[in-house]
Design a binder for this molecule. Structure first.
Ligand code: COA
Length: 165
């Protein structure tokens, strides 16, 4: 199996070393500004606010593979879409639904019944309280807090440490 990590930054490198160590097969990294190599599966490691959306547009119709770090917890009743990365110590709780190609950052918490649409980025330590819906391409900064039951339109940016209520 050949996996192509799309992106060349630190988080792409992090994915590269992790997936290589897991010996899933051949793992390559590719710059999204260049032609992507042929691979069985693709996964985005692009976490920069400015480039996430265009990278998602580039890969969304390809075969995507998700990855959940060993120390993360994904509840049995939750679901994680193709191409999504759930980082170390993140929690995806009861009946939460995570879309395609999301990045659930280290230590972030998605609590019960949340719906996180495609290509949403959660920076480290962000907390999404119960039954919240986050529209696609949204970007939630580090340690942000989103109150229960909110609906965030697509492309919403919540800056680091902000409270969205
Ligand atoms: C969301 C974020 C990542 C966007 O990054 P960016 O495009 O480089 O944005 P900037 O830091 O240049 O900020 C953009 C605007 O938001 C404003 N802003 C940034 N943080 C803010 C905050 N906590 N509260 C209110 N406004 C804020 C900036 O003042 C700036 O306003 P301006 O355009 O009028 O000058 C960034 O604003 C942020 O929240 N960073 C926190 C750290 C983080 O989560 N990093 C993510 C990877 S771990």
């Amino acid at each position: 199996m050949k996996i192509c990590i799309v992106g060349t930054g630190t988080n792409s490198e992090k994915l590269f070393y992790t997936l290589e160590k897991k010996a899933y097969g051949e793992v390559v990294m590719s710059d999204p500004r260049e032609e992507l190599p042929m691979a069985d599966y693709y996964i985005s490691g692009v976490t920069n606010f400015k480039y996430r959306k265009e990278t998602y547009e580039l890969i969304k119709d390809l075969d995507l593979i998700s990855y959940v770090y060993d120390s993360a917890f994904v509840c049995d009743s939750a679901s994680v879409g193709d191409g999504t990365v759930v980082c170390s110590n993140a929690i995806v709780d009861f009946r939460a639904t995570i879309g395609k190609s999301c990045w659930i950052g280290p230590g972030s918490i998605v609590t019960h019944n949340c719906v996180i649409e495609d290509n949403v980025f959660l920076a480290p330590g962000s907390t999404i309280c119960g039954s919240t819906k986050i529209g696609c391409n949204s970007y939630i900064g580090a340690n942000a807090l989103v109150y229960d039951g909110m609906t965030l339109p697509k492309g919403t940016v919540v800056h680091g440490g902000q409270v969205y209520r």
